[in-house]
Design a protein around this ligand. Sequence first.
Ligand code: SFD
Ligand code: AMP
Length: 659
Amino acid sequence: MAGEFGNPEVIEEEVDILLIGGGMACCGAGYEIMRWAEGTDLKIKLVDKAAMDRSGAVAQGLSAINTYIGEQDPADYARMVSNDLMGITRDDLTYDLGRCVDDSVHLFEEWGLPIWKLDENGERHDGSKGLTPLKDGGKPVRSGKWQIMINGESYKWIVAEATKKAMGVENIQERIFIVKLVNDKNDPHRIAGAVGFSTRENQVYVYKFKACLLAAGGCVNLFRPRSVGEGQGRAWYPVWNAGSTYAMAAEAGAELTLMENRFVPARFKDGYGPVGAWFLLFKAKAINANGEVYMDRNKEMLNDYPPYGQAAVPASCLRNHLMLHEMKEGRGPIYMDTVTALAALRETLSPREVKHLEAEAWEDFLDMCIGQCGIWAGENIEPEKKNSELMPTEPYLLGSHSGCCGIWVSGPTDVGAPTEETEAGVPDHLPGGWNWGYRSMTTIKGLFTAGDGVGASGHKFSSGSHAEGRLAAKAMVQYCLDNKDLTPELDTSVDDLVAEIYQPVKTFLEHKDYTTAIDINPHYITPKMLQFRLQKIMDEYVAGIATYYNTNGHMLDVAEEKLTMLKEDAAKMRAKDLHELLRAWENYHRILTAEAHMKHIQFREESRYPGFYYRTDYNFVDEENWKCFVNSIYDKETKTYTCFKRAHKDLVDKSKLFK
Ligand code: SFD
Ligand code: AMP
């Protein structure tokens, strides 16, 4: 029997491994882990705050798999990722991912995901045609060098189904929102449990475990979004990814990395429709209001930043940088020239292929961003007749798409050569501190992450997040087997944990009758109002859209003061129902994530990602002093982040990347 609102039933469970999240990474982990756990008596459970079939970033589906290596060299993949993220990534992680990722794509196809193919004449067919599978040598339709096209509306259903089958539905619990991790009583650098609540019933769950995979996605809605009012809730990355991964890891003491990095995608305006297929598959160009291709017009601007105009494809932030220049100079709006692109394709493709492509132009959106189709229909846009506006969005924090913020994890042991051991047992090809035993384990023992959680290795996308979950799964099983005698003990009492989680409900029940208007009360703040406050601070002081992504040390100081007060006031959030309890804790996670972002930007005295954000007081890239990781650790006692530098090293020769 579930408890009452304000007096929840408390359910305590002990497992060996808890998977937190049900997105691409946890689906990968849940599938893979059963293979390694076979024959052991390990108890494994997955909890997701939503329904796995449609949870996470792939909820609406996708129309491309952005990471498929195929016949290419994983080292080239590592080079591309490094270039796109301005030279500061972990080659050990990206190379490792590159050599593993295709196996996940082959599994997706086996499970029923339709993947576009080229036939023996080089003609394109969508996935329903049933041509040779990729793993048997079938040729994918590449939109770009690394991306392949799919019919992916049901992508997440397909992937989730395989995980459910592997794990057994009895080991999967949906609608459980994890609020915080709990450290071990006997070792503050070890994880021992997690606590969360049901979003459907008055229940609090307290889990104890040896290891957990924290893969709860990235962070959206920490900045004021471009879509407000009636469009509120529309964003590019999913609004339900609320920074839980970063916030919970930080509170548990895990080291974060590159939290200054963000992703500001250029998207079709208002609907946030993806641009990749347009640029790469349809070969469309983005133009200013005068019809000029700004990537050509402003190409000299690339010489100011590494690799100084030499990259085959300029980094995503630099592409934004050139676009923003046009907007600031008054040559906006910016358009995707769909008209010219489709006309050009008509000249080279067969009529059947043209028809297919025109349908795909719509399907590209229908598969993963239905709202954009609504805009096209509502604004009478036929892409072959009318160009569509592009716009850089509000910033998002993520580690799996074209961003690289996240948690600092242990890398593979065998990447690079030679593999001689140093005295300390660290293979000497790896810089010290990049490997401490278990792949994907954070600096907190037993706490693993994947997908958006892993920092310094972007461009994994859906397939890579799945593969990374699988890598973590294998390592977690090993960790549990190596630590068979470990008995996790929570450092906080269950009563205290329950009280903390239900505090917003208590605050509401205690004070609700003080006023006649439920939302207006001197004793509490609604989660929605608090979210507006967070977004306003971030937008105006931490380089949001309000300032064209500009900030400086003084503005960051103001932000710091305001965020500290906001964090204090967050303790006064109310929850009038379980939905608001979810909103309250999501906001709390957003605030901690936002604070990390702000502190890292404050610490890094340069503008490493022009086009994503600018520090106007250090408006340059400083290779000598800042070609390094910025990492941080949160102290939950003092409630402050401390940032520090960690050395960067290229394990893969990057000169090959350049023209
Ligand atoms: O067009 C809690 N992505 C694309 N990847 C591709 O391969 N191809 C594309 O075409 C892609 N594009 C794209 C993409 C994403 C989006 C939103 C759009 C377009 C519009 C990126 C991938 O989707 C992304 O890389 C992966 O999904 C990341 O995987 P992961 O596992 O790190 O995150 P998730 O899938 O969002 O899952 C998060 C899960 O956590 C749950 N959760 N559970 C319990 N407690 C909590 N506190 C929780 N908080 C969150 C969520 O419910 C979810 O299950 S395109 O732009 O290039
Ligand atoms: P997007 O739709 O922007 O998320 O992009 C999907 C994929 O295409 C990602 O791998 C991007 O890095 C890549 N991409 C998008 N735009 C471009 C571009 N103009 N040039 C090269 N790659 C791009």
